[in-house]
Design a protein around this ligand. Structure first.
Ligand SMILES: Cc1cc2nc3c(=O)[nH]c(=O)nc-3n(C[C@H](O)[C@H](O)[C@H](O)COP(=O)(O)O)c2cc1C
Length: 419
């Protein structure tokens, strides 16, 4: 069996069952999402730090103006007054999403990865604006991520597209799914798809630094499929995390999954947003270089390359311009860690990096090299060039390899000497 023997049925439409997962702060770019959409699959963009992303793409000035407005707080650990303007979030979100969806040319779809944990010092209101603006701008689907999302559906239940837009949830256990479904049943709005993310995924994880290796995606997927059968719910299940070859993907489809969500293979694609030199770091990485740590200020474990520049940051918190991870009340664990380290620093001494990182800055600058566990195998997916660097494959080549390969083979991209 190969992936192409299967199709994902979603809302009366049929897709190639390959979903490129959302990768925050513009690693999953418009171009990457559109590559999947053109080939009949589903691509995600992410709305993490959407104002900042708009500034990079459209030369808008959301970040600079916010930084100026709140400059008086830059030496103040109390960031409670550093708030986003809801109208500006709506404007940025619509701009970014309209720009992406207006370029669709294929039979696939473009979904938005929307992380609940991006609390923006006003968790409910900002989440509502992000989701509603995305629907208004014509997004095909909303993938609710990084959080239990227990109240998320309530926030948008009055929106005219609430029942027509596709809505999915990312969970890492049957327990989290059952809790989410309870609320969804009460609103009579079940999710259209369920992404089951296992311990080998990139980004934030539902598994800790000490125990992630004791969990197994296949077992969790089986539990979810059994649970849905018992509850007589027919909702497509989409496993994610460590699905590295077309054969891995086809195995999940054979066991009853409706599609697979993949990301790591695409981090080094030409279309992905990481700078070219960082893509080479990903390809060069060995298994020992890939760690799960608690450096993220979200409180969730995160997987990243151990040499990520963000891990040696001693920068002043950057909440005036960014501030996407501020909890309600303007709290962030990096602010606490930074001022604690400042207090014990001896005059003239360099500050030592804290156990937390300024993730807003790290992600914005592509200094937080978050990655999936299988990153160490990327070197098996492309060609080494004469100058010692690695060729960056196109997203299309990777997508088609997932769709058509068999027997654990990975087809290398056509060699381009000057890639
Ligand atoms: C570089 C990178 C960034 C990611 N960022 C996010 C994110 O912002 N939000 C999210 O829900 N998942 C994120 N993920 C998880 C992916 O969307 C996906 O579910 C998972 O990584 C799939 O496993 P794979 O990378 O082994 O293919 C990220 C993954 C990677 C590799």
């Amino acid at each position: 069996m190969i992936v192409d023997n299967f199709r994902l049925q979603l809302g009366g439409r049929e897709y190639v069952p390959i979903v490129i997962g959302g990768m925050g702060v513009n690693i999953s770019t418009t171009e990457l999402a559109l590559a999947a959409e053109r080939l009949g699959g589903i691509g995600h963009i992410s709305d993490a730090e959407v104002g900042y992303v708009c500034d990079q793409i459209f030369s808008t000035t959301y970040t600079i103006r916010k930084r100026k407005k709140y400059a008086i707080y830059s030496n103040n650990p109390d960031k409670s007054a550093v708030l986003f303007d809801l109208e500006e979030i709506a404007e940025a979100q619509k701009k970014y999403i309209a720009y992406t969806v207006s370029q669709k040319t294929g039979k696939g779809a473009v979904f938005l990865n929307c992380m609940e944990k991006l609390t923006m010092n006003n968790a409910s209101e900002t989440l509502k604006v992000r989701l509603e603006s995305a629907m208004e701008a014509g997004i095909d689907g909303l993938t609710l991520a990084a959080g239990l999302n227990l109240r998320t559906l309530d926030l948008i239940q009055d929106h005219p597209r609430f029942r027509d837009v596709k809505i999915g949830i990312i969970i890492s256990s049957v327990r989290a799914l059952a809790i989410f479904l309870k609320r969804a049943v009460r609103l009579n709005r079940l999710p259209d798809y369920i992404i089951v993310e296992g311990p080998l995924a990139g980004g934030h994880l539902g598994f800790g630094p000490l125990d992630w290796h004791t969990f197994d995606l296949r077992t969790i997927v089986t539990e979810v499929l059994d649970f849905l059968k018992k509850e007589e719910l027919r909702i497509p299940v989409i496993p994610a995390g460590g699905i590295f070859t077309g054969t891995d993907a086809a195995d999940y489809l054979t066991m009853g999954a409706s599609a697979v969500q993949v990301a790591t293979r695409f981090t080094i694609s030409k279309e992905a947003g990481l700078p070219a030199a960082v893509k080479q770091e990903y390809i060069r990485a060995e298994e020992k270089d890939i760690v799960v740590n608690m450096a993220s200020t979200t409180g969730y474990p995160m997987r990243m390359l151990v040499n990520s520049p963000t891990l040696s940051y001693t920068i002043k918190p950057n909440c005036e311009g960014l501030g996407y991870l501020l909890e309600n009340g303007g709290k962030c664990t990096y602010i606490d860690a930074y001022y604690k380290a400042m207090a014990v620093r001896k005059p003239g001494e360099k500050m030592t990096p804290t156990e937390k990182t300024c993730l807003c800055t790290g992600m914005a600058r592509y200094d937080c090299w978050t990655c999936g566990h299988m990153t160490y195998r990327l070197k098996d997916t492309t060609n080494r060039l004469d100058d010692g660097s690695w060729q960056l494959p196109s997203a299309e080549a990777i997508f088609l390899d997932y769709q058509f390969s068999k027997d654990q083979e990975i087809r290398l991209p056509e060699r381009e000497e000057n890639a």
